[in-house]
Design a protein around this ligand. Structure first.
Ligand code: AHG
Ligand code: MN
Ligand code: MN
Length: 339
């Protein structure tokens, strides 16, 4: 790397290309960056201090909250609340949306949706986890409390989206609609440096990522597609390689850089799969598209789905353009559900 460019400098240089922008988004990034640094510090101490394990509480979706889920949610919320441009947030770990009460926040134009800690099952075992965020312009009038309608917007209305991945290094990767850019954290001086400018996902990859333990419960099209991935066809680089971490952020990040397909299909007893449209699927779908990839529910573009509830789930196929189209063609050709 010949030049050292920080996240702040990069955002300011991008803003100069859009003089109509007032810099409010920069404040939101400042909040996310701050929360990321605090989380990075705590996650790196996991095992030494009392941050791993269950909090003993269930979230509204019936999932056990881990201590770090709660910690991450609180830090993201506190960081956003302290900056006037965000009027409210919705989070996987909150029962409902949170309307910030102070007048400074209520004058804000934006709302933020977040999965504060993605990959909870990996916290205790030192495997990559992440934080996902998504920013929208509110629909309700300024200087009033935010309402549900502010959060139930289709993903094609996002103004910024991204994630922080806590892996072998910590990275912040985001889009505001002009490409996807990645920054690597130097913890010794607390700075995110531009390391991956304008990431492009290969049109065709060799990796498929799915929880294959659910195989027997998958739709027919997915079963057939998985067999296609495993066929020996050297001229098409098949069989593909199977890689599944169980942290969406980490699986997505790897596939974004290397090319690949991540799937969380519907399965018997879970017609909408597991992943949450607003906190997980929409932000990564926009990033995939901005990098030249694709994201669908098997039939429809994720970003065009009109949400009807905050914690809505949706089947998810995301990654390299040609691979998403291929699995869609299998779903069309073999339309049956799980046997
Ligand atoms: P979260 O930790 O935010 O609840 O998300 C977990 C999600 C996602 O990160 C991951 O890809 C998927 O759940 C893993 O689910 P399975 O264990 O069912 O494969
Ligand atoms: Mn998640
Ligand atoms: Mn989570």
């Amino acid at each position: 790397m010949s030049q050292l460019i920080t996240l702040d400098e990069f955002i300011i240089s991008k803003q100069a290309e859009h003089p109509e922008s007032t810099g409010e988004l920069n404040q939101i990034f400042a909040a996310i960056k701050l929360a990321a640094k605090v989380l990075n510090r705590e996650i790196n101490k996991a095992g030494l201090v009392d941050v791993i394990g269950s909090s003993g509480i269930e979230n509204v979706q019936g999932e056990q909250q881990q201590k770090l889920d709660v910690f991450a949610n609180d830090k993201v919320k506190a960081a956003l609340m302290a900056r006037g441009h965000v009027a409210g947030m919705a989070s996987e770990e909150e029962d409902s949306f949170v309307a910030f009460e102070d007048p400074y926040s209520q004058s804000g134009k934006y709302v933020v949706l977040t999965d504060p800690l993605d990959g909870s099952s990996n916290i205790d075992v030192n495997v990559s986890i992440g934080t996902i965020f998504s920013v929208y312009r509110r629909k309700s009038p300024l200087n009033s409390p935010v309402v549900l309608e502010d959060f139930l917007q289709p993903g094609n209305q996002q103004v910024a989206a991204g994630y922080v991945i806590f892996g072998s290094s910590t990275m912040l990767v985001y889009t505001t609609g002009s490409g996807v850019h990645g920054f690597t954290y130097d913890p010794s001086i607390g700075v995110f440096y531009l390391s991956h400018e304008n990431i492009r996902i290969p049109d065709q990859g060799q990796i498929y990522s799915v929880n294959e333990g659910n195989y027997l419960k998958f739709p027919q099209g997915v079963k057939r597609y998985l067999k296609y991935c495993q066929e020996i066809v050297p001229e098409e680089n098949r069989p593909y390689t199977s890689r599944y971490i169980g942290s969406l952020v980490a699986d997505f990040h790897r596939n974004l850089l290397k090319g690949g397909l991540y799937m969380y299909p519907s399965y018997a007893n879970a017609p909408n799969g597991k992943l949450r449209l607003l906190y997980e699927c929409n932000p990564l779908a926009w990033m995939a598209e901005q990098a030249g990839g694709k994201a669908t529910d098997g039939h429809q573009r994720i970003l065009d789905i009109e949400p009807t509830e905050l914690h809505q789930r949706v089947p998810y196929y995301i990654g390299s353009h040609n691979m998403v189209e291929k699995v869609e063609s299998f779903l069309q050709e073999f339309p049956g559900g799980a046997e």
